[in-house]
Design a protein. Sequence first.
Length: 329
Amino acid sequence: MHANENDTVVEVETVLGPVSTAALGTTLMHEHIFVLTADSQANWERDWDEEARVADAVTRLRALRATGVTTIVDPTVDGIGRNIPRVLRIAEQVPDLNIVVATGVYTYTDVPAYFRHRGPGALPGLPDPMVDLFVRDIREGIQGTDVKAALLKCAIDAQGLTPGVERVLRAVARAHLETNAPVMVHTHPGTRTGLDVRRVLDEEGVAAARVQLAHSGDTSDADHLTELADAGYLLGMDRFGLDTMMPFEERVAIVVEMCRRGYASSMVLSQDAACHIDWIAPDLMPLLPDWHYQHVLSDVVPALRAAGVAKRDVTAMLVENPRRWFERT
Ligand SMILES: [Zn+2]
């Protein structure tokens, strides 16, 4: 990221290089290209066809771009199969779509074994090597490429603030303070883990406005989301299409209610979809027919408008809020 003399970030790193935040346009703030269990893939997957998978991703992303979406944010990090050389191959074939990528660690429980006996895992008080690795991804590039991460990503789920989750969250916070890259935290609103995130990030001195609480749309608890929005967090209403977890009508209704309460500037819309995810047996995917990149524009926005959400509120959620999150204001 580059700052001008007003200290406002005007460019965001994408896979194909920095772009002006003004050029981000319609942005899906939480989509994956691939979600893969790399070690298990290498051990068990007989059917992986790299060329076919890359071609399929290119086709899906070109189709998404044709609907008017100009940017996707892909928060795939350590733990869910980040492979930036592969993403770069794909991005080069869809050059008019901005693809923004992340650094971080994804775990609901312990740190990955790689980190278990490094830094504070080896001796209390040692600095966490994750911090410098995250900073390296942001400043120098990821996995030997020139592609730089534009955001930090970690997770807390129903298991709560385990020691491993807390260690990653604090490392993400420190890398944020060093780089000013915004922070996305996968949360579990059903157990109000956003409040754990707030406590830890407050202790670390991270401003709420730079933090996105992903998967906030997985609850119908408008009072809980209001508390988080009032604290300054950006709320990811970002799993449209995962209707087995929460039906479409309920996902729409909570966004409508939050808009009615005046919080359109605190939300972003996305699907958490992927071209391919190996966490789900392929024969079960037909249970999720709307879980794809085009659901938000095709179905969600019309439903929001029909329920009385103003066009300017939709623009806030799809264009202005993503831009502001990447800018230093
Ligand atoms: Zn995700």
